[in-house]
Design a protein around this ligand. Structure first.
Ligand code: SF4
Length: 379
């Protein structure tokens, strides 16, 4: 099976108010961090000889550090791993950190897909989120990326931001559509415990979006993006024909992926393992010369089945009977006939001779759909 590689670049200009990813603003750590990554690449490649068909540099803000680090990283990766000629290589970036020099260097080193965090078209919402860029800077960065020759661009947008109106969300979607990216990720804002935004909500300074508002905004995105030819191939992801993110599809299809860098998670067959969330500990571990995972777990058959159903129901293509049978030796349509019937009754899925797929309503009511399909007999 082909391997996907995720590399975490944990540097950001400033911590956004809603973010709970592992990231720091101290770029002085870059030298030590990238040399630790070099070591992890060399050591891990001995354990995972598979060919690599997707690479994703995420963060953090991979577009923040000097381009020499990204160039070195990608060269090292190719020196140790069998990265396919036509591999999808994505780099995530924040609009205020792009420069023509950086973009040209990314292209020279094989980055062929950019993912740009736009989030909202209103500067007041960007500032509420603690983002460092403006809508005008997004436009500039996007145009710079096209001028540098990037033919595949994803734009991230967020809805259900406290105080965001339907009109503002509609304007954000119009703004993105005007740019014609190949891929759009639209996520509902998740209020993560321990973030400054969660604190402001707890103190009553701002009110979170209601669940009705959240659902209406999602419905608006589904409608507006479908009208412009974007396929809602995953709950929160929309792509023009054949422009899905191949790397992220590995997560939802329970494919093999290896995570490198601080806090990165891996899934190889039934084995899960993850690096420490502590940057200093990550650097020190690798200075000490060895791979040391902070956690590892062997997934049993019933967990794997649950995850499979949960992840497949995030995808438009749903569950194919044939693949389910090949993986688990059971007929999904027979073993879960009662659950499928119930999900159909509520309009959450439809079935055909190939398999069971979520409807648009099933996408909107994901947790209910997964709950119904994984109900135990007699429940
Ligand atoms: S840019 Fe992204 S990773 Fe960095 S703090 Fe903001 S949301 Fe988090």
């Amino acid at each position: 099976m082909m391997l996907g590689i995720y590399i975490h670049i944990p540097f950001c200009v400033k911590k956004c108010g809603y973010c709970d990813f592992v990231s720091v603003t101290d770029t002085k750590l870059a030298e030590a961090y990238f040399s630790a990554l070099d070591k992890e690449i060399a050591l891990s490649a001995k354990l995972h000889p598979d060919r690599v068909d997707t690479v994703f540099l995420g963060g953090g803000t991979p577009s923040l550090p000097d381009e020499k680090y990204i160039a070195g990283l990608l060269s090292r990766l190719r020196a140790h791993y069998a990265v396919c000629e036509d591999a999808e290589v994505t780099l995530e970036g924040n609009p205020c950190t792009f420069t023509p020099e950086k973009l040209a260097a990314y292209r020279r080193h094989g980055v062929n897909r950019l993912s740009i965090g736009f989030q909202a078209a209103q500067d007041e919402l960007l500032s509420l989120l603690g983002r460092r860029h403006t809508a005008a800077q997004f436009d500039e960065a996007y145009d710079m990326a096209r001028a540098a020759g990037f033919e595949t661009i994803n734009v991230d947008v967020i809805y259900a931001i406290p105080g965001q109106t339907m009109r503002q969300w509609e304007d954000t979607l119009h703004h993105v559509l005007y740019k014609k990216p190949e891929h759009i990720s639209a996520y509902a804002l998740k209020i993560e415990d321990g973030t400054p935004l969660a604190g402001s909500i707890r103190r009553g300074e701002i009110a979170p979006a209601s669940s009705d508002m959240d659902a209406d905004m999602y419905g608006m995105a589904q409608g507006m993006l479908a009208e412009k030819g974007y396929i809602n191939y995953e709950v929160s992801n929309f792509a023009l024909w054949d422009r899905e993110c191949r790397h992220n599809l590995k997560y939802w299809n329970l494919g093999n992926y290896l995570g490198l860098g601080v806090s990165a998670h891996s899934n190889i067959g039934n084995l899960r393992f993850a690096n420490t969330d502590d940057i200093a500990a990550y650097i020190n571990n690798l200075k000490g010369g060895g791979l040391r995972y902070a956690s590892s777990q062997l997934i049993d058959e019933s967990e794997r089945k649950f995850e499979y159903i949960m992840l497949k129901m995030r995808l438009k293509q749903g569950i194919a009977y044939r693949e389910y049978f090949d993986l688990f030796g059971e007929q999904f349509e027979k073993g879960r006939a009662r659950q499928i019937e119930k999900a159909m009754k509520y309009g959450l899925v439809y079935m055909d001779e190939r398999g069971v797929r979520p409807t648009a309503k099933g996408f909107a009511l994901q947790s209910t759909l997964v709950h119904v399909l994984t109900e135990k007999e007699g429940a």
